[in-house]
Write a protein that binds this ligand. Sequence first.
Ligand code: IPM
Ligand code: MN
Length: 350
Amino acid sequence: MHKIAVIPGDGTGPEVVREGLKVLRAVGELEDFAFETVEYDLGGDRYLETGEVLPDSALEELRTLDAIYLGAVGHPDVAPGILETGLLLRLRFELQQYINLRPVKLYPGVDCPLKDKGPEEIDFVVVRENNEGLYTGSGGFTYRGTPNEVAIQEMVNTRFGVERCLRYAFDYCRRRDDKKMLTLCAKTNVLTFAHDLWWRAFQEVGEEYPDIRRDYAHVDATCMWMVKNPEWFDTIVTCNMFGDIITDLGAMIQGGMGIAAGGNINPEGVSMFEPIGGSAPKYTGKGVINPLAAICAAAMMLEQLGEHAAAERLEKAVMHVTGEKLKSMAAGKMGYSTQEVGDLVVEALG
Ligand code: IPM
Ligand code: MN
């Protein structure tokens, strides 16, 4: 029995999570696995009512579950940073979800903004380091608000953190069994300390993986190649900030935020899965948001929970729905409501 924490969160989060859970129940019946959910009302509304973002007691409970399924974090009435750092980043750090895994895969029938590129060309995975880099909150101000102000935000790279991320990426690339090529995306020509560490660790760890070809691209060039020759890539490994940026680009070339999913993974602990688009306040409550990203996140969660057949079945169902049913991935343009898209996936599972 898998115990899954559900954090519907803000905005359209609850709407897409509802569809994700519906699909999970359906695939659970077909593939014969059971799960129970524990719901947490964390997010902007709770914060506005009580001032609490993530109570320690909730965090301690989350540590004991098998996975976390997250809708969205971000509320128009809450100042930027409070929920992001207090909830999302705190969970990533406290639960040592040191990998952010983001597949960039164009499904059949999905419009791609790149000319002459289709599902054959767009199928790679970004392994983003998720616990370090520019995200640790290390740094500070002096003379804040004065003309002499200094703001420093430090990029933290530990050999330990970088190495565990690289190992995960090499292992993942091996398991993926595609081109067997791992691209390090960094900026060694400018970040001559931080990314020198990445570069050396990449070469040294890479020696243990003679079957995996090592490739390198600066982050700016990576953006260029993702648009020009996305078919080049197999698995990309990169630091936290660069991974954040290139995966938004990745989401666009795979059809947009309506379909892009990711997993915050602690391979030895509790992982958290989420659609990577935000809370989309302007679509909230209208039943027009695309739930496929959340459904794909549920498929990634099944994979992590060891339900491989169910994960595969679910992904196939999603591909059927994109290929045969949906007019567009964009909110309000799918030709179906949020709930109907969930129903279509359930139907396609059969
Ligand atoms: C993401 C988001 C987060 C990040 C924000 C909301 C803190 O953009 O998951 O990519 O920067 O990691
Ligand atoms: Mn992001």
